[in-house]
Write a protein that binds this ligand. Structure first.
Ligand SMILES: [Zn+2]
Length: 422
């Protein structure tokens, strides 16, 4: 069946449609192409399968985005915060611990679904969510809610559930979370009284269960710590010593951005050798960090330029979404690209890679995109200046998971302002 995709301000609704060809679509590099899709992947030529031939004139195709680090159990709770609480990392933790006492599994499931709908509408088809094991009430309520949501959304959104084990979480509860379906082992060594113990027990659990690891690491801007006491240094040394085959990720790594090059470069060389991927989370760390500084406030960002130069896989996301850790945010990967360019000083194409190809590498996913064999998780954006898209200035987008349209956003705007100069 042939069908026109319609314009970015059109009234077409394509959600649920299975696409077997995108015709006349603009590639990232600027050329026009026809893209065939079969069995969820890009194929050579247009396949002889069921599905719609979509005339995609007027649109550009990008790989769909990933959110490599979310907290869906906490999402959309900003309105429940006590307005009297502070707004640095420790205050946010205190605030969340107060909120979570009144949170049950149904509450988590409802907010997580609402958040996933926002992410998907904005072009994200894969989300890794860290999930708390609360020490008040049922500790497994977040894990159970998110594992159930992962199964419900399978085929439309890929959810990875990472058990976020704080130092107060007993080993038996980590094992139980894995038994109930967690995909990844996480933790917070930088918040623990003994960070080395936390890194060690996460890697021990990973070895025991054969799962990947994603640790919150070095989420501070002070540099008084010796370099061999960085979470990341300990993690890299242990990964090399243990020769772990599974994928290891360090999230945040804010402290790297505060180290001078002569201290930073040996750490990055070690991380590169260990094959660890880094997730940077601009919006939340710009919000949380530097609150104790009166002027020339430090940017709460990993050293993204030098991380790329060191050949380390880099993913970028938003972390929290409208909760005590980040009351702002719009679940938009182009909010992240915009911040990577302005606060992280990356070039546009590097910022785009960090939310797409780089993020998939860090998450251990096969490539998505327009090359033959790629997963057909794609995002269509208006075929204008790609810089407008990366700046977050375009809202219209159509999102495909494995060739199936999962979100279709058109924007109708009328202005009482002339469109052109006379
Ligand atoms: Zn986090």
């Amino acid at each position: 069946m042939n069908q026109s995709i319609g314009a970015p301000d059109g009234t077409e609704v394509l959600t649920g449609v299975t696409v077997r060809a995108l015709r006349g679509v603009r590639l990232i590099g600027g050329t026009l192409a026809d893209i065939g899709i079969a069995d969820g992947h890009v194929v050579d030529g247009v396949p002889d399968t069921a599905g719609v031939d979509l005339d995609a004139t007027g649109w550009r195709v990008l790989p769909a985005a990933c959110e490599p680090h979310a907290h869906l159990d906490k999402a959309l709770t900003a309105a429940r915060m006590d307005p009297g609480t502070g707004n640095d990392l420790m205050s946010a933790i205190t605030s969340w611990r107060e909120i979570v006492t009144a949170v049950d599994a149904a509450d988590i499931a409802a907010r997580a679904l609402m958040a996933v709908r926002r992410y998907t509408a904005r072009g994200i088809t894969t989300i890794r969510t860290h999930v708390d094991i609360p020490q008040t009430g049922d500790p497994m309520r977040g894990i159970d809610a998110l594992v159930a949501l992962r199964e419900r959304l399978r085929g439309r959104v890929t959810l990875q559930v990472c058990v976020l084990a704080g130092s107060d979480v007993p080993d038996a509860q980590i094992a139980e979370a894995i038994r109930r379906g967690a995909d990844v082992i996480g933790g917070c060594p930088h918040l623990a009284p003994d960070p080395h113990h936390e890194v060690t027990r996460a890697l021990d659990a990973a070895q025991r269960h054969g799962l990947p690891v994603d640790l919150h690491a070095d989420e501070q801007t002070d540099v008084t710590l010796a370099d061999d006491a960085l979470d990341l240094t300990d993690l890299a040394e242990q990964v090399l010593r243990r020769r772990l085959p599974q994928r290891i990720t360090a999230s945040h790594c804010v402290r790297l951005g505060a180290l001078p090059p002569e201290r930073l470069d040996p750490v990055l060389a070690l991380v590169a050798r260990a094959g660890i991927g880094i997730v940077t989370l601009p919006i939340t760390n710009l919000y949380l960090q530097g609150r104790d500084t009166t002027h020339l406030v430090p940017r709460g960002l990993a050293a993204v330029r030098r991380i790329l130069d060191a050949g380390i896989p880099l993913a970028a996301g938003a972390d929290n979404l409208r909760d005590p850790f980040n009351p702002a945010g719009r679940a938009d990967p182009f909010e992240t690209t915009s911040l990577l360019m302005t606060a992280g000083h990356l070039r546009g194409e590097e910022a785009l890679a960090a939310i797409t190809t780089g993020a998939r590498t860090v998450l251990g996913l096969p490539a998505a995109g327009t090359d033959v064999g790629d997963v057909a998780d794609l995002m269509l954006v208006p075929d204008g200046d790609l810089g407008d898209v990366l700046a977050g200035a375009e809202d219209a987008r159509i999102v495909l998971t494995g060739g199936r349209v999962v979100a279709d956003t058109r924007v109708r705007r009328t202005l009482d302002i002339p469109e052109r100069q006379v």
